[in-house]
Design a protein around this ligand. Structure first.
Ligand SMILES: Nc1ncnc2c1ncn2[C@@H]1O[C@H](COP(=O)(O)OP(=O)(O)OP(=O)(O)O)[C@@H](O)[C@H]1O
Ligand code: NI
Length: 320
């Protein structure tokens, strides 16, 4: 699909200024607020596969759960989620969840331990069409037909992971959100799963894959949202990742340098825990370009060369 056509269409999913905050009580029963996701924007169009790439604990699963309407009771969410141009209200997501909008959850603990694999995936359906689709999916993921009659505890972790993916993909979803769908899979299976998501996008669905594996994402996705400490620092096309110079944010550039083919570059320091988040840019404490300005207030998201970025130093780095 051409870039132009893409921007003219209403996105399947549009997340605007998403905030997710936990309310906690400390020992003195004092209430504290823990802002885990702040001001996050992401868009997914029909026919597009977007990968949200971020490290552990950055809030990726919460982003998925926020869209699916399954946040824990002590979390509150702000901002707007639009599905096909209309607000995705609680009632609407409850209706669409599991059919038009599917989640591939991060943990295989989401499988029902008391239900045989076959009926679990087909959700009890006896429909011949569903059964045929199940057989196709099994063949694709190298699962023998006998597996249908087994329970999750009888399968290995990697097999259960494939079952989890199959459970979501037996539907004909318009929007797929996959939360770390590949851990525990060998490289061949991981690639097969990503290619399966790619196919769903090519058939017209919007696909949002959440992962920490940038390299795998670059092989299959169209765009990458670089996620760090609860927000997106950059949205770039996959081709922007071919060279360090075409990337916009210093953190994305650091991720680029850390890829094996680019020399395993190392950036010192750690992603801050939400409680200790500095004001301003969350990457500031680790950034070579950081100035006083970066540590003050919110860094606005700006559009530059067809992507988006939150960084104050663009003018000098892109004087070209
Ligand atoms: N119920 C909760 N109460 C308080 N804090 C929570 C709760 N659930 C998650 N968090 C915090 O929110 C942050 C983000 O969690 P989340 O599971 O979304 O991270 P993630 O990016 O998916 O990590 P991983 O790669 O390990 O799956 C973490 O720092 C976690 O401690
Ligand atoms: Ni997670």
């Amino acid at each position: 699909m051409s870039e132009k056509k893409k921007t003219e269409q209403t996105p399947i999913l549009k997340i605007e200024h998403m905030n997710i905050t936990f309310t906690q009580y400390d020992r003195g029963m004092r209430q504290t607020e823990l802002p885990v996701i702040r001001n996050l924007d992401v868009e997914v169009h029909a026919g597009e596969m977007v990968a949200v790439v971020g490290s552990s604990g950055s809030g990726k699963s919460l982003l998925a759960h926020g869209v699916m309407g399954v946040l824990p009771y002590n979390a509150s969410m702000g901002g707007r989620i639009l599905y096909c141009g209309e607000e995705l209200t609680k009632q609407r997501i409850e209706r669409l969840r599991g059919n038009e909008i599917v989640l591939v959850p991060q943990s295989i603990a989401y499988l029902n331990p008391l239900m045989k694999i076959g009926s679990q995936i087909c959700k009890g359906s006896k429909d011949e069409k569903v059964k045929r689709k199940l057989r196709d999916i099994f063949a694709r993921y190298s699962l023998k037909p006998e597996v249908e009659e087994l329970y999750p505890f009888e399968l290995s972790g990697g097999m259960n992971r494939r079952i989890l993916i199959s459970t979501a993909l037996i539907e004909e979803p318009k929007l797929v959100i996959a939360d770390e769908p590949t851990p525990g899979l060998d490289l061949k299976m991981a690639k097969r799963a990503m290619e399966h998501f790619r196919e769903l996008a090519d058939m017209g669905a919007g696909v949002l894959v959440i992962t920490h594996d940038l390299e795998l994402a670059l092989e299959t996705a169209d765009r990458i949202a670089v996620f760090y400490a609860g927000t997106t620092l950059e949205e770039a096309t996959v081709s922007d990742f071919e060279r360090e110079e075409t990337l916009r944010h210093p953190y994305s550039k650091a991720l680029w340098r850390a890829m094996p083919k680019n020399g395993f570059g190392f950036v010192s320091g750690e992603q801050p825990y939400v409680k200790d988040l500095p004001g301003g840019c969350p990457f500031a404490p680790r950034c070579g370009r950081c100035t006083e300005e970066c540590r003050k207030g919110e860094i606005p998201s700006r559009e530059i060369r067809g992507g988006r970025v939150r960084c104050l130093h663009l003018e000098e780095s892109f004087a070209e």
